[in-house]
Structure formats: structure tokens, C-alpha cells
Design a protein around this ligand. Structure first.
Ligand code: ASP
Length: 435
């Protein structure tokens, strides 16, 4: 099948159109017509795309990850790959946190940004959202430990699959893949391989079809996000937003650029060109999980990364590796601390870094997945939780940006693994046209 649909021009034009329509709607403001168009045209079109991508994640991940693990041949290779990818993820997330912390401590955007009266007014406006986030965040510590056992080992496989519990899906797929390595009966071995390959191939085919509507869906999703962008809030926290975006750009271009150039040894320029469908999809959907099918496909079709690597590292990356989220969380928490005049000790800073690093595993790869986790981390070091109200108005836009960074981190890691496994990426790129 041709990979024409991965041409990003259409999606890019969709993005521009979306921004323009969003700005016009934002200017007109909320009235019955703009609200009607938003909920009956923009949102449904975006939702078809979003749901179709989500729909394909479970069959795609289960079939390709199980097959990918089985194809590794032995558990030693699996362990080597696992350790390497996890170390890579931890290191890049640590870099992201350091970038966020240095930026927010140097610029100090929160100092004197919002007076006590405005702060209270914003909190009151967002009372309901804060209450529901508070409830979710109170469950975070338990869900990390001992709750992680229940999230990883399912009592009922099908229930966990239908609940979209990525940790369980990854665990069961790896377990079945290992099982296949030891399956003696050749006939069942072959039947399983053929069956799983069939499901994986059909899933890929569906992604090709879904991507055909990407330009329209991206336009609709972006228009809706820009329309809802609160213009009153912008001014007060423009510096905070700017800083988060600068952080994303440093991670995206400098950290990943350097890793690509010196570790993966491919041209960063060529990478940004070939991977643009991934950036545009993650930006408009604000979901690492939703983007997974596209990430896998682009890596295979534009860089020639073998399925055994993409199927292994991308689901794990989308679940565990959240560089953009970690960077955002540190800036957001410290910005809110600055607004409230909370002076954090060195120990609290270290605890915050540690919490952000560890809890990024618990962040669901969905829009706004990190908000309850951020509140939990803030509370743990004595930053008032309700301060999150200050940043909620602009968070969807920043969520779109951090998802791009999250997914790019996973993509770079997959390329690194491919290179370490002996794949000649430069040769592959010579053979595969960029567009
Ligand atoms: N939306 C992000 C993702 O899917 C998670 C978050 O930071 O809220 O990667």
C-alpha cells in the first residue's frame, strides 16, 4: 500500500486553516452560532478521527507487540532491549525536568504575576473542575502503590483491554510473546503467528484509511481548541505559557536534535521532515495513546524501522515516557508556587523532581492526563492544589505541545534502538522517498 497518506502537506494545511478559523471564532466570541458550529461540526469531525485512532490501538498493540516479542527469539534479547529503552527514557525525561526547572527558576514568571484578588476570582470560576481534579489526584498515590499491581496484572484480561489499561495490555502482550518463544508445537506456533500478523496488518490498513481524514480532523480539532482559548487569562500568564513553549522547543530541537545527530547518527533535518505526520497528529489530538498507530506506521514506512522494535518501544514509550509532560509539570508547579509566594526548600525541589520523574509513568496518554498527577505532586511539596485554576484556561494548548514532545521522545528512542540493533537507517532513508 502506498504511504501517500503520510504526506503531511494536507495535514499541515488543515492545521493552518484550523488556526485561522479558531481565531475568527475567538474574535466573534461565544454566541449561539459559534457554539453550535463548535459542538455540531468541529467537535464531531475531530472526534471521528480521535475515536478511530483509539479504536485501533488495542488490536494493533496486542498483535504487533506479542508478535514482536516472539520474534526476538529469546528473553535475553528482550531484556537487553527493555533495559536500553528504559534507560533512554529516564535520561531524556531527566533532561526535560532540568530544562523546566532552570527556566522557571531563572525567569520566575510567577513572582507578582497575579494578585490575591484575581487569584481568588480565577479559583472561584473553576470551582467544579478543581473539585473533580482534586478527587482524582487523591487517588493517585494509591494507584501508584500498591495499585500498580492491579493496573499491571489483570484479574480479567478482557476487562483491562476494554478499559484501555495500557500497562495491562503491555504486560499481557509481552507475556504471550514470551509464551510463544517457548511453544514447542510448531503447528500452533504458525497458526498464532499468522493470526497475529493478520490482525496487525489489518490494523495498519485501518490506520491508512483513518489518516485520509486527518487534514479535516486536524483543522476541526485545532479550530475548536483555538476558539476555546481564554483570551482574558492569556495576558496574566503569558510569561508562563511562553516559558513552557520555550522549554518544549529546547527539548524538541536541541535535546532530540543532538541525540539524533550524535547518537542515532541521522540528519535531524531529515528526521523532522519525515516525522511531521507524527507531530501534526499528536499536536491536534493531544494524546500519545491516540497517536501511537501513526507513530508506529511512520517509523516503519519512513525510516524502515523493523516492526519488532516499533511494536515494542512505542507502546511502552507512550505509557512510560513523557518528557514534555515532565517539563510542563515542573514549570507549572513552580510557577504556581511563585504566585502563592511558597518558598520551596532544596529538599522540596528534589522531591518534586523525583515525583515528576516517577509519576510520569502514571500519566495516561490522553488529553489532560497529567493534571491530577500534577496536583498530587504539588500537594506533596506544599503548593496549594487549587492554584491549578490559574493555568487551566491555557492548558489544552500547552497539552497539545507537550504531547508532541512526549511522542517525539518515543520516536527518537525507537530510532536509537533500531540503530543499536544494527539497522542502517541512513540506507533505509535513501531507499524510501521522504514524501
Ligand atoms: N496529553 C498528554 C499525552 O497524551 C498527557 C498529558 O500531559 O496530559 O501525552
Amino acid at each position: 500500500m502506498s504511504s501517500n497518506h503520510l504526506k503531511s502537506w494536507g495535514i499541515f494545511i488543515g492545521l493552518i486553516v484550523g488556526v485561522l478559523v479558531g481565531i475568527i471564532f475567538n474574535e466573534i466570541g461565544e454566541n449561539s452560532v459559534t457554539r453550535w458550529i463548535d459542538s455540531n461540526v468541529l467537535w464531531p469531525v475531530g472526534n471521528v478521527f480521535l475515536r478511530s485512532l483509539f479504536m485501533i490501538v488495542v488490536p494493533l498493540v496486542f498483535s504487533s507487540l506479542t508478535l514482536g516479542v516472539a520474534n526476538l527469539g529469546n528473553t535475553q534479547t528482550l531484556k537487553g532491549l527493555g533495559v536500553r529503552v528504559l534507560l533512554f527514557y529516564i535520561t531524556t525525561t531527566f533532561f526535560a525536568i532540568l530544562i523546566g526547572q532552570s527556566l522557571v527558576n531563572t525567569v520566575q514568571p510567577g513572582v507578582g504575576a497575579v494578585n490575591a484578588e484575581d487569584r481568588q476570582a480565577i479559583i472561584e470560576q473553576n470551582e467544579d473542575r478543581i473539585a473533580s481534579l482534586k478527587e482524582k489526584s487523591s487517588m493517585v498515590p494509591k494507584s501508584l502503590w500498591p495499585g500498580i499491581i492491579e493496573s499491571v496484572i489483570p484479574k480479567n484480561i478482557l476487562r483491562q483491554f476494554t478499559d484501555f489499561n495500557m500497562l495491562s495490555i503491555i504486560f499481557v502482550s509481552i507475556l504471550f510473546g514470551i509464551g510463544m518463544m517457548y511453544l514447542k508445537d510448531e503447528k500452533s506456533q504458525q497458526v498464532l503467528r499468522d493470526g497475529l500478523a493478520g490482525v496487525a496488518n489489518i490494523s495498519v490498513m485501518v490506520v491508512h484509511w483513518v489518516m485520509k481524514i486527518a487534514p479535516y480532523a486536524v483543522a476541526a480539532l485545532v479550530a475548536s481548541a483555538v476558539f476555546k482559548f481564554g483570551s482574558k487569562v492569556i495576558f496574566v500568564i503569558a510569561q508562563y505559557m511562553g516559558l513552557v513553549i520555550v522549554g518544549y522547543l529546547i527539548q524538541f530541537f536541541i535535546v532530540y536534535g543532538a541525540l539524533l545527530k550524535y547518537l542515532v547518527k541521522i540528519s535531524p533535518k531529515e528526521f523532522y521532515k519525515r516525522a511531521s505526520a507524527i507531530f501534526l497528529t499528536s499536536f491536534s489530538t493531544a494524546s500519545s495513546n491516540g497517536t501511537m498507530p501513526v507513530t508506529i506506521q511512520v517509523l516503519q514506512e519512513k525510516f524502515g524501522v523493523p516492526q519488532r522494535i516499533t511494536s515494542f518501544s512505542i507502546p511502552i514509550g507512550a505509557t512510560f515516557n513523557m518528557d514534555g509532560t515532565a517539563l510542563f509539570e515542573v514549570i507549572a508547579a513552580l510557577f504556581i508556587a511563585q504566585v502563592y509566594g511558597v518558598d520551596l526548600s532544596l529538599t522540596s525541589h528534589i522531591v518534586l523532581v523525583f515525583l515528576v520523574l516517577v509519576t510520569s509513568i502514571g500519566v495516561a496518554g490522553v488529553p489532560g492526563g497529567s493534571r491530577p498527577i500534577l496536583m498530587m505532586a504539588m500537594a506533596a511539596v506544599g503548593i496549594p492544589m487549587e492554584g491549578i485554576a490559574l493555568i487551566l484556561g491555557v492548558d489544552h494548548i500547552l497539552d497539545m505541545g507537550r504531547t508532541v514532545v512526549n511522542v517525539t521522545g518515543d520516536t527518537v528512542a525507537a530510532l536509537f534502538l533500531a540503530k543499536r540493533s544494527g539497522v542502517d537507517l541512513n540506507q533505509n532513508m535513501k531507499n524510501i522517498p521522504a514524501s
